[in-house]
Design a protein around this ligand. Sequence first.
Ligand code: ZN
Length: 232
Amino acid sequence: MGKRRSPGNKPPRDGDRRIGRRALLIGGAVAAAGTAVLARDELGRLWWRVPGVNKPRKEGEVDFAGARWVSASDANWRRADRPDDYGIDTVIIHVTQGSFDSAVKVFQDPGHGAASHYIVRDDGHITQMIRELDVAFHAGNREYNERSVGIEHAGFVERASSFTDEMYEASARLTARICARYDIPVDRKHIIGHVEVPGTDHTDPGTHWDWDRYMRLVRQEVTARQRGTAAT
Ligand SMILES: [Zn+2]
């Protein structure tokens, strides 16, 4: 998030409808070609559509130990089978421009059209609302949604006091775990702000977000985990 919109001005949706037609076309091609081999990447992209290949899921299960699960409305994300159908190579940092509770609420609202995987509160509490398996609509850019995990931070871009020590530390632990899980390099090319997503008009996390501090904390956490001395 990170941008206020005037009422009646609908937020941009991520519009996943295009794949339906494409999948149908490719599906027809598969049938016509019989045993002919399809390009590997085309199959890879379709893999999540093939029945029976979805990874098992349990209601309430989280990807980050300690996170609380609250489901986002399924209008705000798309079922997928990452990282097998779409590789994950980016973490996107957001600021909610509102309270933690209001962010949870809008992500549960099917009319909102957007939601992130996680929300971090100022006391370090983390709520997960969409599985990392799935594509959350948080970046306003379809390709970036497909390849990223989105982390919201409760607060306001223009308010430095939104970003507490507990928030930085909890978020850094979360990002470090995501980077380890998908082998994402810990650098500013792969851990980016919403503002850095191509084509966005959002400004979050804004100038008060301390990137040097955040990246240092993420690296410390990664190193601690490698040495087996991490706290969590
Ligand atoms: Zn944002």
